[in-house]
Design a protein. Structure first.
Length: 94
């Protein structure tokens, strides 16, 4: 029940932020993205051994190479991507 109430709170906060113009519920069309190449993180060789950041139009996947964990960072106002969408961008290597 707590997770469901947190989810409702997050949706409520997102709706308020969308209404205030802080977030967008619009999904980019075609090859558009919220993360254009000039704003993407590029790690040097040492950092690249520790983690990677892979970009999709509405979310980023941060993969920690040491712990073999992934973190999905969704753009404000966007729907959480499915596991299949995340795996299409960056499948977790075990």
């Amino acid at each position: 029940a707590l997770a469901a109430s947190r989810g409702a709170l997050a949706v409520s906060q997102d709706n308020a932020r969308i209404a205030a113009g802080e977030c967008s519920a619009t999904i980019p069309a075609g090859s558009d993205t919220y993360f254009p190449a000039q704003k993407q993180v590029h790690a040097d060789a040492m950092l690249a051994k520790l983690f990677t950041v892979t970009y999709a139009p509405t979310f980023k996947v941060l993969t920690d190479s040491l712990s073999k964990e992934q973190y999905v960072l969704t753009q404000c106002g966007q729907v959480q991507p499915s596991a299949a969408a995340v795996n299409a961008v960056e499948a977790l290597k075990t």
